[in-house]
Design a protein around this ligand. Structure first.
Ligand code: ADP
Ligand code: MG
Length: 695
């Protein structure tokens, strides 16, 4: 039964309560709530109970589980065993081992943060995220820092950003008289897209193995034209996979809820029920890991790359985000009374102002070599950040700005704090799928995230930019003489100054690019273009003033991101060269030789026999081989040039402008060859084989 397995592998609140002495449980709860350090004596008791529980569940090892700047998770297993007299062992796990670990940090990316003479880093338990068992290992979710205290991971800054928005939102809520609210948290429900392909096909594609995406591949006769995959009947093999995946996720306490086929052939989606942001981030990492692991059991491979196949949709993540109080109020829910409405409008405006003023940071937060193939390719939101509010809400904001009667049911000039908002039809608000950032009735859906990236960076930015706007509002409202008047003016001012970010039209339409430019919105097409803004003064000021990143930490992340971009594109280029030189060109050399021999043989037997098919194919493929070989040479030369570039920015630009364009031309020649060559002469499974291979 689902209810029996749900959370069965998690040392959750109920398990803690059942397994810990009452006093220890209470102390631990207090520590978690207040975010204090855990006393070692308490930690010893907790660790022991955790160990006993884990051993009963078959665990033999424990690990600190963390999220370095690689975007994936890291773990190093230690067994519980400890030697005992008489050549025996006992199983031990101490409080010290629970709360702190010291992995060697030297091989994780640090962007220069970690001086080489001090390779150590340490991990510390994030007690707000429960310990769990995965593959017989007790996993302790931790943060990962250098000895100087700088964050070397994605989680530390996410937790800091949650603290920042908590601090500022509480100031605002206090002004509205919410005496009972003591904490505010953001919540996230990330919808995860993925592809499933047959493992036998996958194993024959070096590009999928090395880079996660196909670097070559002529289009199959059929792609997603008929829209017959979206929400279509799920194939039995995929259904069995989904069932197995759900079981694994439920055991880990992950609220897997919705599953369906996506637009592209072989593409699917899983959406969980939302939860607190840092836990949602942990769960999303586990989800991605489980998706891949479970696929292997079913003879398939789960592709999480943003653009595994050209010509059909790529995969993203929709980050549904909202803000809630500990008293259970969703601050992005319009509410019923004039007072609740006023508070809602202020929080809504904080998001509008944040998204407008920090468009660059939102774009940067989703920038990666993989996602560059997706954003702006008419299948995902464009690289331009804008916001969709729906026409009802947009009209209302217009009316407030102009002090005009709103044409809804009120027919009166809206006075904030005096009038109630008209009821919005929730469904009318959310069906614009082309918007990068859409209001969907009681939450925002940030749709630009790539499918393989951790959601931590995007949510760190989202929390921090909204915290900054709330800070400005609280500064203006605290101690002002006329609260309602000041509030009304603050909201009007935001609408007036930031409404350019609101766009309710079709984000895929070419005219939007021109319109956005007229409005002065940024269009940062690629990762290097976006990263060029990361260290702008206003961004450094934002992160340092809210103590989310120190300047050093931010610079380090900038460096890591640039390096990662270059490495990813570099590996792709090398893989293409390998495939072209070792497989494709030799295969085509053999094929053209065979064609030539065939022509010669036919002619020898009967000179007037027609060889037009063979001749034409031979000529065309030979021409394409010449072109491909020339590009191979150019790509090899350009990759050598890269080695001489010292600055990371210049290097990234070179990869973007020169290497990617070489790769593009190589692909054009090779894909044309593939469409001409005999199927059994082509060295790799085709797009058709892979996309329609799971039956
Ligand atoms: P759809 O957008 O397909 O209509 P829903 O609105 O039910 O579906 O939710 C989509 C996702 O948004 C789910 O993961 C859901 O849990 C999440 N979600 C719903 N409410 C919130 C909230 N307050 N904060 C964050 N995520 C939320
Ligand atoms: Mg979706």
């Amino acid at each position: 039964m689902v209810t029996d397995i749900f959370s069965s592998m998690v040392f959750d609140d109920a398990t803690m309560e059942a397994r810990l002495p009452k006093e220890t449980y209470k102390t631990l709860q207090r520590t978690i709530k207040l975010g204090k350090h855990l006393d070692l004596n308490v930690a010893n008791v907790v660790a022991n109970a955790m160990k006993d529980w884990a051993i009963e569940k078959g665990a033999t090892h424990f690990t600190h589980w963390f999220q370095p700047m690689t975007g994936v998770t890291a773990e190093k297993h230690d067994s519980f065993i400890s030697p005992k007299d008489g050549g025996k062992v006992i199983m031990e796990f101490s409080g010290k081992e629970l709360i702190r670990g010291e992995p060697d940090a030297s091989s994780f990316p640090s962007g220069g943060l970690r001086a080489t003479f001090e390779a150590r880093g340490y991990t510390a338990w994030d007690a707000t995220s429960y310990a769990f068992i995965k593959d017989g290992v007790l996993c302790i979710p931790t943060v990962f820092c250098s000895y100087g205290g700088e964050a070397l991971d994605q989680k530390t800054s996410l937790l800091r950003s949650m603290e920042a928005i908590n601090r500022q939102a509480l100031r605002v809520l206090k002004l509205f008289g919410n005496a009972d609210v003591t904490s505010v948290k953001t919540t996230v429900g990330p919808e995860q897209e993925y592809f499933l392909v047959d493992k036998a096909q996958y194993d024959r594609r070096k590009d999928l193995i090395y880079t996660g995406r196909t670097l070559f591949g002529a289009k199959a006769p059929k792609g997603q034209e008929l829209d017959d995959h979206y929400f279509g009947a799920i194939k039995p093999r995929v259904a069995a996979y989904m069932k197995d995946l759900n079981d694994e996720l439920w055991k880990l306490g992950i609220l897997a809820k919705t599953e369906h086929n996506e637009v592209a052939p072989a593409q699917h989606e899983m959406a969980p029920i939302f939860t607190t942001t840092n836990i949602a981030a942990d769960h999303n990492q586990l989800t991605m890991e489980m998706m891949q692991k479970v696929a292997k059991r079913h003879g398939m491979v789960c592709l999480l790359h943003e653009k595994p196949f050209d010509g059909v949709n790529g995969s993203g993540k929709h980050n549904n985000w909202s803000i809630s109080t500990n008293t259970g109020v969703n601050l992005l829910e319009p509410g019923e009374t004039p007072y609740e409405n006023a508070q809602f409008l202020l929080f809504l405006c904080a998001v509008i102002k944040a998204v407008d003023e920090y468009q660059d940071l939102l774009r940067i937060s989703v920038a990666s070599a993989g996602n560059d193939h997706r954003l702006g390719a008419n299948e995902a939101p464009p690289a331009i950040v804008s916001m969709f509010l729906g026409s009802d809400l947009a009209e209302l904001l217009d009316a407030i700005e102009a002090d005009c009667p709103y044409d809804g049911k009120e027919k009166e000039v809206m006075r904030i704090g005096v009038h109630t908002l008209p009821k919005f039809q929730k469904d009318a608000t959310d069906r614009n799928r082309t918007s990068p950032f859409a209001f969907t009735g009681n939450k925002f859906e940030f749709r630009m995230l790539g499918s393989s990236e951790s959601i931590s960076t995007a949510n760190t930015v989202l929390n921090t930019i909204v915290a900054e706007e709330l800070r400005q509002y609280a500064d203006a409202l605290e101690g002002c003489d006329d609260f309602d008047g000041t509030l009304h003016e603050l909201i009007r001012k935001t609408i007036r100054e930031n409404k350019r970010i609101i766009f309710n039209g079709d984000g895929y339409d070419a005219s939007w690019v021109a319109e956005a430019e007229k409005r002065g919105l940024l269009n940062l097409r690629t990762t290097p273009d976006a990263l060029a803004h990361m260290l702008d003064e206003k961004n450094i000021a934002l992160f340092t003033s809210h103590k989310v990143y120190s300047e050093t930490e931010l610079r380090a992340r900038h460096e890591v991101r640039l390096e990662n971009y270059c490495k990813v594109v570099g590996i792709e280029a090398q893989t293409m060269l390998d495939m072209a030189r070792k497989d494709i060109l030799p295969a085509m050399a053999g094929y053209t030789a065979e064609l030539s021999r065939g022509i010669a043989a036919k002619q020898a037997v009967c000179p007037e026999i027609d060889c037009s098919y063979e001749r034409s194919t031979l000529k065309e493929i030979s021409g394409l081989m010449t072109a491909a070989f020339a590009t191979v040479g150019k790509l090899e030369k350009d990759l050598l040039t890269c080695k001489g570039i010292a600055s990371s920015e210049e290097m990234a630009d070179f990869f973007k402008d020169t290497i990617l364009s070489d790769m593009c031309s190589l692909r054009v020649s090779v894909d044309s060859m593939e469409s001409l060559a005999a199927a059994d002469k082509w060295p790799y499974p085709s797009y058709g084989d892979i996309l329609f291979g799971v039956r």
